[in-house]
Design a protein around this ligand. Sequence first.
Ligand code: MCA
Ligand code: AMP
Length: 513
Amino acid sequence: MSNANLYTVLASGFPADRSQIALETPELLYTWDDIDHASACLANLLTSLNLPEGSRVAVQVEKSPEALLLYLATLRAGLVYLPLNTAYRESEISYFLGDAEPAVVVCSSKNLSWVSKAAAQAGTAHVYTLDEDRTGTLLHAAAGQSRSFKDVVRKADDLAAILYTSGTTGRSKGAMLSHGNLASNAQVLHRYWGWRSDDVLLHMLPIFHVHGLFVASHGALLAGARMIWLPKLDVEQALHYLPRCTVMMGVPTYYVRLLAEARFNRKVCARMRLFISGSAPLLMETFNDFRERTGQSILERYGMSETVMLTSNPYDAADGERRGGTVGKALPGVQVRVVDDNGVEQGAGDIGNVQVRGPNVFSGYWRMPEKTREEFTSDGWFRTGDVGRWGGESGGAAVPDDYLSIVGRSKDLIISGGYNVYPKEIELIIDEMPGVMESAVIGVPHPDFGEAVVAVVVAREGAALDVAAMQAELKSRIANFKVPKQLHLIDQLPRNTMGKVQKNVLRESYKTA
Ligand code: MCA
Ligand code: AMP
C-alpha cells in the first residue's frame, strides 16, 4: 500500500543530493538532510509519547525553521497539527485548547505560565516550549532521539491538520483538513505555478495559516526548492534578498509596503518569475502600480482555510492573461460554481454565491456536525460565504467568462492585513462592558491593511464611556489585529424596517474616519 502521508508526498520532491540547501535564514543554513534528520528526531519524540490515534499537537510559537520542522514531524508521526496565531491572548487560547483537547501543546517560553494553565484545564498531558533561538524544552527532549524515522502510514482521508477559522456567531470553528486535501492542492499548484527545483522562495508569511504554512511551504518543499525564511514581513530584508529570489507570496499589504519603498524596482526583481497575492482582495491600483514599477503582473489567487486554494490567475501565458481585480480560473480538479439563493447557476456577468467541490475541500468542522451540514449543500458543494461573478468586466475591460471575481461576502467578515476578523466576536465583548447598550463592528478602507476594524458604540442612558479604557480592555482580551483602530460613540445605530443594523450605512459614515 502506498503511503498518503503528506510528508512522504512532499519528500518525493526533495532533491537526490540531500546536502543542498533547503532553507536559509539570515544566520543559518539547513540542508535537505537537516530537514529530514531534525524532523525525524521530533517525530520520534512524539511517537515515544504513545498517543492515541488522531491526537492533536497544538502549537503557538514564533516563526523559526524549528517550528516548520515540528509541523513536518507531526505529519510524519501521523498526528494532527493545530497551528495558532501568535497574537492570540489567554482567553482565545483557552477556547482553542478546550475545544480541540490536544495531547501536546508547544508554546513560547514567555507564555508558558498562562498557556500551561489553559493546557491543564484542557487535559493536555504534554507541554513543551520552543523559542525562535532554538532553545526550549521541545528540542532538548528531542535531542537524544534517532535521526531516522519511517513515516507513519496514512490514508488520504486521515486528518492532518485542524485550522481554526473565526465564526460568524463569534465561536471559532476548527476546519479539518486531511493528508489528501493538502497533498492534492500542493500537487495541483506545483504544476499550475510551474514550480522548479532551482526556484528560491522568499518566505515572509506567518506559518499559522494556510497561506504561509501550506501554500508557500508546501510549494517549495514539493519542488525541492530553497526557501529564504524570514520571521516576518520586513521591507529592508525583502530588498536585500529579492535579487536572489524567483518566487514570493504575500497578502496585499506586502505589495503595498514594497511599493511604498522607492528602492523597490525592476532591478531588485530581475530574477523574480512569480509574485503571488491572496487572502484578501488586491486592489486594481496595486496591481497596476506594481506592473508599472517592476514590469511584472502579480498573480492573484483565492482560497480558504476550509478548502485550501480554489482559483488562480494563469501562470503560463498559454493559459491566459493575468487579470487584475479577478482571482482567475478554477484550479485543475477544483469545481467552482456561482449560484443564486435558490441554488440556480448564474450566467457570466451575474452575481451570486460561490460554492466549491473537489479533493481539496475539507471534511467538516471539528466536533460541529450540525454546522458542517449547514455549510454544505445536499449535493455536496461547500458554501464559501463569498459572493462572486464569472466574467463581467474589470479595470474597464471585459473579463473572459471562466475568470472569477470576488465582489463581496455574504458572511459578516473583515479582512485586515490578511487576517480575518469576525465582527460578532468583538461586538459580544464590547456589549458586555459596563455602560454599553449595543455596538456594531465594521470594516472601513485602510491604505495599508486593506480594511481596518472600527467599532461604533451606543452607551446606556446616563453612562459615560471611556473610549481609551475600552480599547485597553479589548487589547488585553483579544489578538491585537482584532482590536478596533477606532471606537466611535453614537446615540443610536441605524436600523432598517426589520430592525437589522445597517452596517452599510455605518461603513459609509466612517469610511474616511
Ligand atoms: C499587525 N497589526 C495589525 C495587523 N497586523 N492590525 C490590523 N491588521 C493586521 N493584519 C497591528 C498590531 O496590532 C500593532 O498594533 C501594529 O500593527 C504593529 O504590529 P506588527 O506585528 O509589528 O505588524 P506588522 O509586522 O507590520 O504586521 C502586519 C502584516 C501582518 C505584515 C500585514 O499582519 C501579516 O503578516 N499579515 C499576513 C496575514 C496572513 O498570513 N494571512 C493569511 C491567512 P499595536 O501597536 O496597536 O498593537 S490564510 C487565508 O486567509 C486564506 C486561506 C488564503 O487565501 O490565503
Ligand atoms: P480564511 O478563513 O482565513 O481561510 O479566509 C478565507 C477568506 O479570505 C475567503 O473566504 C475570502 O473571503 C478571502 N479571500 C482569500 N483570498 C482572496 C482573494 N484573492 N480575494 C478576495 N478575498 C479573498
